[in-house]
Design a protein around this ligand. Structure first.
Ligand code: ATP
Length: 366
């Protein structure tokens, strides 16, 4: 196995004398050149995690390795890790050039070297023409570009981005997203990217880590995690709308496993029966993505439900159906949406379902 660029080992941060574990025993490896998106609800510990990596907070326990060596003994300025916040932290009374050079001047670099570095980053960010403009005259996305430039000019070995685009309006966000993608491919930076925007995470990251209550619940390739959540929290957090979660029981006999809830029974292709060992009937939760359910004629469908809500979303519609005491959401083409109050048939493949243990919230089997 190649050595990761960054490795977090049992990293923990407790505040208020240990009553709150903002980060709780996090293990994480990020490879060189990889972009990892960190997703999670407000207060789950994302900023605290970044602050420890960059050196603004000391961990209560655990370690942080960069290129295989602990950086805990190094102050923030010597870790060579860049952090960009959502509040640009640009000096608005200074020119773009001064903003870019400031950090290098503080470090006492030679004038010629600073100039070369500033031009290099200005070219990279397509800002050479604005070098003499005062930052106060720039718009939001340009300011954010300067903030990223100020970090890049120091040649960080890892770049941490904490909601870098969340203050920008939609058009500027898209433009900056493209810009970040270009930077990724041109300079092959290792990036950890905190965002609330799942589409942003999908478009920029190689892998997504989902956090809740200070713990990383799952780290998985972007293309896989939406369909194969390992934990109920991940299933309920990812996607818009998120995965449908139906409570029921798992019945197992020698040959097969059957999930049963009110108004629905489904035979499942269990790869292993270890997870339901010891009990023939266990509490389980069936996960199915709204995009994986087809609406059909109720006369020819295995299940039927009543449409209680239809929400148009451009060329798609989100249809909410009552299936006995539970409800299920289906994403369908707007042109094929049923009427509210109608009874429609439902069909989905057992292979596209995910099954969770009702007690532990972990995925039962592959
Ligand atoms: P957001 O997305 O809202 O920025 P977050 O995921 O970045 O949230 P953190 O800011 O890391 O979350 O906070 C994690 C937890 O630690 C929260 O419960 C927060 O109240 C607590 N916390 C953070 N900093 C401190 C501090 N300096 N003192 C005490 N508690 C803190």
């Amino acid at each position: 196995m190649t050595q990761p660029k960054l490795e977090l080992i049992e990293l923990t941060k407790e505040f208020e004398g240990g009553s709150v574990a903002a980060v709780d025993g996090v293990d994480l490896r990020v490879d060189a050149g990889e972009t990892l998106a960190l997703l999670g609800p407000s207060g789950c510990g994302k900023s605290t995690l970044l602050n420890m990596i960059v050196g603004l907070e000391m961990p209560s326990a655990g370690d942080i390795h960069v290129d295989g060596k602990s950086v805990l003994g190094l102050p923030a300025g010597q870790r060579n890790i860049g952090l960009v916040f959502q509040d640009y932290a640009v000096f608005t009374h200074m020119s773009v050039a001064k903003n870019l050079s400031f950090g290098l001047e503080v470090r006492g670099l030679a004038k010629a070297e600073i100039e070369r570095a500033v031009y290099e980053v200005a070219d990279l960010l397509d800002m050479r023409a604005q070098l003499n403009v005062r930052a106060s005259e720039l718009g939001g996305s340009e300011l954010q570009r300067v903030a990223i430039g100020r970090t890049l000019v120091t040649k960080p070995s890892i770049l941490l981005l904490d909601e870098p685009l969340s203050n920008l309006e939609a058009g500027a966000r898209l433009a900056m997203r493209r810009e970040l993608r270009r930077l990724q491919s041109e300079i092959g930076l290792t990036i950890i990217y905190v965002t609330h925007d799942q589409i942003e995470a999908l478009s920029l990251a190689n892998r997504i880590a989902v956090m809740s209550h200070g713990k990383i619940r799952q780290v998985e390739r972007t293309a896989v995690i939406f369909d194969r959540p390992d934990h109920l929290f991940v299933a309920s957090f990812l996607g818009s709308p998120p995965m449908n979660l139906l409570r029921g029981h798992l019945m197992r006999n020698a040959a097969e496993a059957v999930f049963e809830s009110a108004h629905l029974a489904l035979t499942l292709p269990l790869a292993s029966d270890a997870a339901v060992e010891g009990s023939a009937r266990t509490q389980a939760i069936l996960g199915i993505r709204p995009e994986s359910v087809q609406l059909t004629d109720p006369a020819h469908a295995p299940w039927a439900g009543r449409v209680v809500l239809v929400e148009l979303r451009g060329y798609e519609a989100v249809v909410t159906l009552e299936l006995g005491p539970q409800s299920i959401k289906v994403v369908t083409l707007a042109s094929e949406r049923p009427a509210e109050g109608a009874t429609v048939g439902l069909r989905f493949d057992a292979a596209s379902c995910v099954l969770f243990d009702g007690d532990t919230s972990h995925r039962l089997v592959a």
